[in-house]
Design a protein around this ligand. Sequence first.
Ligand SMILES: Nc1ncnc2c1ncn2[C@@H]1O[C@H](COP(=O)(O)OP(=O)(O)OP(=O)(O)O)[C@@H](O)[C@H]1O
Ligand SMILES: [Mg+2]
Length: 206
Amino acid sequence: MHPGLFVSFEGPEGAGKSTQLAQLAARLDTHGTPHRLTREPGGTPLGTRVREVLLDPTLTIDPLPEFLLYSASRAQLVANEIRPALNRGEVVVCDRYADSSLAYQGAGRGLPVNLLREITLAATDGLTPDLTVLLDLDPVLGLERAARRGQPDRLEQADLDFHRRVRTGFLHLAEQTPARFLVLDATRPADDLSDVIWQVVQARLP
Ligand SMILES: Nc1ncnc2c1ncn2[C@@H]1O[C@H](COP(=O)(O)OP(=O)(O)OP(=O)(O)O)[C@@H](O)[C@H]1O
Ligand SMILES: [Mg+2]
């Protein structure tokens, strides 16, 4: 289908996605493998504007429009960045992708999963990662880590229940397509995780 390798990182806030993405990028650099790093939402001029809207704390965004905004960013990112890089044979590493929508807006917010899948299929033209690294973490720990990084640390019960549903949603996705997922315990030391991820990625390099 394409000569490249598409790797996504998924997991809750504070799980270590960005940390592991940076470590993988460093290893790909050392290895001399052409690669492209990107993130959702974002990664294109449109995606960057959509990201500002999605992350604006002064806006109230209902679950469906929230999902559609993510999908708009994703469609532009796939068409303009991810597909062309994969067609050039590059490794594309994305910080969150469609699984986040299924976990957050589906399992978390309760939007019908069939609808999410159908719109995602259209937005991505069916592009699925070759490998998805799921950094699994108790949301209490993840939100504590994110808080230490300087984000608000209000842990209300409703938020916690939501994040627990998201975690379960991610694990459920991994159970449904085990061949695509590498599920890792995100409480392990970052360097250990990085070693495992590199072994698996290296074995699949184009
Ligand atoms: N394996 C680990 N063990 C302990 N702490 C970690 C580990 N990996 C990352 N951290 C720390 O946890 C915090 C969150 O990490 P990081 O920003 O990589 O998470 P993230 O998944 O990208 O979060 P977000 O979803 O908010 O972008 C950082 O302070 C980071 O240093
Ligand atoms: Mg991050």
